[in-house]
Design a protein. Structure first.
Length: 277
């Protein structure tokens, strides 16, 4: 099963890119698969030419590369990666966009499944227009409070597992960390979100911060197809308590970890530690 990069993996990619491209100018852009670009391909190629790369950050699962006048947004989706090649090096069939830098190195976007996307938006408006304006708070945003979560969960009969994947509530959580957060919070993934109480909301916030911060320090989780730009592998998979551990033993109670599907997503949990109460 393919795992999508989540917040820690996206941050790891951004940090890797930061070391290689800050301060460089994009002298030429080539697009080999039009659907990667959201909007007009020719306009993208024209506008990004001669833009200088100023800084890199992330918002949810999006990488934001700030240029002189624009912001280049990239969503890796399942298997998107960046690789660096010398100008003129042979092109892989999975390399869909090439940005030639002023040191004659090409930054190429590689995506086997072709689900990744790039958008070029006005620099000073990017956070206030779609897709970024639709995102919820980051895991470390002080506005992510018990009251905020309970208001978002109110009237939602959908399982909490599914609701935590909603990027309009907390941006950046995906299937791996969702399982880990609920396990550490002792919450059953099938529990309706509207039944989450104050103490459980506090636990979700606390464990989201602890788990994501630790995963970021470890470089994210390398599972199946994900690796950072230039093949940087994360180490947090060694810290996972339940995700991917079907029939494994719960470290807290010794019970078997079970695998179920919730809203179509593979879900790992301990039925003893995560009872519905």
């Amino acid at each position: 099963m393919i795992k999508l990069p989540e917040k820690p993996e996206v941050i790891t990619v951004a940090k890797t890119l930061e070391k290689k491209i800050i301060g460089k100018k994009i002298t030429e852009a080539k697009v080999y698969y039009d659907n990667v670009i959201v909007g007009d391909k020719e306009e993208f190629i024209s506008k990004i030419k001669d833009e200088k790369i100023e800084s890199i950050t992330t918002r949810g699962k999006w990488i934001i590369i700030y240029l002189t006048n624009y912001a280049l947004l990239t969503h890796l989706r399942m298997e998107g990666r960046f690789y660096f090649r010398k100008k003129g090096d042979s092109l892989s069939k999975h390399e869909h966009v090439s940005l030639l830098l002023d040191d004659n190195i090409e930054m190429r976007f590689h995506d086997v499944r072709k689900f990744g996307r790039m958008i070029l938006l006005p620099k000073y408006e990017v956070l206030n227009i779609k897709p970024l304006s639709d995102l919820g708070y980051e895991f470390n945003d002080p506005r992510l409070t018990e009251e905020y979560l309970l208001a978002k969960f109110k009237n939602k009969s959908t399982p909490i597992k599914t609701v935590l994947l909603d990027q309009s509530i907390i941006a950046g959580i995906g299937n791996i960390y969702d399982d880990e957060i609920l396990y550490q919070s002792h919450i059953n993934p099938l529990k309706p979100a509207k039944e989450i109480n104050s103490s459980e909301a506090i636990e979700i916030i606390k464990n989201t911060k602890i788990i994501l911060e630790k995963a970021i320090k470890k470089g994210g989780t390398t599972i199946k197809s994900f690796e950072s730009s230039e093949g940087v592998h994360g180490l947090f998979q060694n810290e996972l308590a339940v995700h991917g551990k079907k029939n494994g033993i719960c470290s807290k109670c010794g019970n078997k970890i079970e695998f179920i599907r919730v809203g179509g997503r593979g879900t790992y949990y301990c039925p003893k530690c995560q009872r519905i109460n």
